[in-house]
Design a protein around this ligand. Structure first.
Ligand SMILES: [Zn+2]
Length: 224
């Protein structure tokens, strides 16, 4: 039996509250924040608390392309949202370490996988996965594997979010937290024009990867 990963207390930031924000509340707060951002864009004074937050409650895993992700999408207090931005996004070793750090050490309540239509990184990854005779660096070859996940269909951004959400929900290091509902792995697609995020329904995955790596049996059949 594999023991769930644990983090010694000395790794945690000083003063961290003993309990993380309930995951449903954290996800709802992300939704509300994006609505507040849209109202701000329309010229409405949204008000709100601008005092810095002591600790983040959410991690956004988004694409590094300009305007494709960022804290400003949620009109939050400074320090309330943190972002990991890679091309696509992808789930390489450093991205996974950042996600695990946020969930296991910083006690965030929600991890949002965010993609966007028209993503050049996803298009490149999808083309590279189908190409033959490529001589990519090891780093790029690894990136192609996760950045192309779920992109084979007609809606690469949505497919990619679903694929990465399923992978994170099934990740060994996060399984205790995701299965118990302490941390939600959510998904969203950003409209690049309106800046509105279409959140995926908060439900178990029905996504099946078209190829490697194989899905863990039953690992995604839980509520979130
Ligand atoms: Zn992109």
């Amino acid at each position: 039996m594999v023991l769930p990963p644990s983090v010694p207390d000395w790794m945690r930031p000083r003063g961290l509250p003993p309990h993380r924000m309930p995951s449903a509340q954290a996800l709802q707060r992300l939704r509300s924040g994006n609505h507040r951002h849209l109202r701000q864009l329309s010229g409405e004074s949204a008000g709100g608390d601008i005092t810095p937050a002591d600790f983040p409650y959410a991690l956004v895993v988004g694409c590094m392309e300009p305007g494709a992700a960022g804290e400003e999408l949620f009109a939050e207090r400074p320090g309330a949202i943190e972002c990991v931005r890679t091309a696509g996004p992808s789930l390489g070793a450093d991205a996974m370490a950042a996600i695990e750090f946020a969930a296991l050490v910083q006690n965030v309540g929600v991890v949002l996988v965010l993609a966007h239509p028209g993503c050049a990184a996803l298009a490149s990854a999808r083309a590279a996965r189908r190409a033959t005779g490529l001589n990519l660096s090891p780093s790029l070859a690894e990136w192609v594997q996760t950045a192309s996940a779920g992109t084979a269909g007609e809606d690469p951004a949505l497919g990619h979010v679903r694929a990465l959400r399923a992978r994170l929900r099934a990740a060994d290091a996060l399984l205790t937290l995701t299965r118990s509902g302490q941390v939600k792995i959510a998904g969203g697609v950003l409209d690049p024009v309106t800046r509105e995020i279409a959140f995926l329904p908060d439900e178990p995955d029905d996504f099946v990867e078209e190829c490697d790596p194989p899905q863990r049996p039953d690992s995604t059949r839980y509520g979130s």
